[in-house]
Design a protein around this ligand. Structure first.
Ligand code: ZN
Length: 372
């Protein structure tokens, strides 16, 4: 594996018309650029991920893993790309991918495909066919073009480093992508099918946020001796556990109800009826899992989760980190989006006498038009 990727994020976003450059605009819960960086990291395909930015200090503050290298961009896209290639030269890369940060929706599968096809080719470029009918204006005449012969090329584009480097040094002015260099120099490009969802954010309207909704959840279970106490999917040492058809995890149950509330899908009892033997003693993470799968499959994204755990004991402050870590892992949700508060009830009632624990949750969820 001697692959490197360059992520270009030095554009000025002239067509974006927003005071924040599009690479730093929050898109699907994170800055646009982070989608490309995270996917490159998760693919485990690259020895180095070079991010080219006009604001390197802003990115350096984010403390990415060491293989992410931030360098300063140039005046034009082609200058930025050349800066990155010059930086990479000392590592003697075989393969280099060049990607525009304005395309946050590519898949890791596409990265694998590009690199696989680079074995027998010098340049591999993804494309899709246009959906619209296309006319070409030539002087005063309009000509219909066959859209099956039109290729809309995307990034990432993959190259043998040496060829790309040589061509870029020669003359890379006024190009909008690296494939252009290869075409201008009569080098062969191998085209592979790109991805429709891998569209480019150019205009502010390209970011289509459908809507944000809120959901509320509440749950309470009685405490009984000789049962393990689970809160937020993790074991908590305590004199009793929570009684219930399942493991009685009030936090996860309240979270599930909050999610279902936000997406208008009734309640936990609809999906996990307590009169069904199938769900007897079920661990609550197993109940949460299909709900989350539905959520992520349908382009919902969680903005934040606020949890009130209502009990006299155990002391929430003692287990806060443990519980938040567990929720974060189970939900694949960043810890900073989860808040857990402890609330006692002045020793009043069942909860005050340590005979029950209750929990309430509020969640904010945004649905996006495009796939995440
Ligand atoms: Zn419950």
């Amino acid at each position: 594996m001697n692959n490197y990727i360059v992520i270009l994020a030095a554009g000025k976003s002239k067509r974006f018309h927003n005071k924040i450059a599009k690479q730093f605009y929050i898109y699907k819960n994170k800055e646009t650029i982070d989608h490309s960086i995270e996917k490159s990291l998760n693919s485990k395909l690259f020895k180095k991920i070079v991010v080219v930015s006009n604001n390197p200090n802003r990115l350096k503050k984010k403390k990415y893993p060491k293989l992410v290298k931030i360098i300063k961009g140039g005046k034009e896209r082609s200058d930025s790309s050349l800066n990155a290639l010059k930086y990479l030269k000392k590592f003697k890369p075989n393969n280099v991918l060049i990607h525009d940060a304005a395309r946050p929706n590519f898949s890791i599968n596409l990265l694998n495909n590009l690199i696989k096809n680079l074995k027998k080719n010098k340049a591999v470029v993804p494309y899709i066919h246009p959906k619209d009918s296309i006319k070409y204006k030539s002087q005063n005449q309009f000509i219909n073009l066959d859209r099956n012969k039109i290729l809309l090329t995307q990034t990432p584009q993959a190259f043998k480093f040496r060829d790309l480097y040589t061509l870029s040094l020669k003359n890379n002015k006024n190009i909008t992508d690296e494939a252009t260099l290869f075409i201008n120099n009569n080098y062969k490009i191998f085209y592979i099918r790109g991805e429709r969802k891998n569209n480019k954010i150019t205009y502010f309207n390209d970011i289509k946020i459908n809507k944000t909704t809120f959901g509320i959840g509440f749950d309470i279970h009685r405490l009984i001796k000789n049962k393990t106490l689970y809160l937020g999917g993790t074991k908590i040492p305590f004199h009793s556990g929570l009684q219930g058809h399942s493991d009685g995890d009030v936090i996860l149950h309240a979270i599930i109800d909050a999610i279902l509330g936000a997406i208008q899908k009734k309640d936990i009892g609809t999906y996990f009826p307590s009169n069904k033997n199938k769900y007897k003693n079920i661990r609550s993470p197993k109940m949460l899992k299909p709900v989350l799968e539905h959520l992520y499959k349908n382009n919902f994204s969680i903005n934040n989760l606020d949890v009130n755990l209502i009990c006299e004991k155990p002391k929430v402050s003692k287990y806060r980190n443990k519980i938040i870590n567990s929720i974060s892992n189970l939900m694949n949700l960043e810890k900073k989006k989860i808040n857990l508060k402890g609330k006692t009830v002045e020793k009043l009632g069942l909860i005050g006498k340590e005979k029950a624990i209750a929990c309430e949750v509020i969640i904010s969820i945004t649905k996006y038009d495009q796939e995440i």
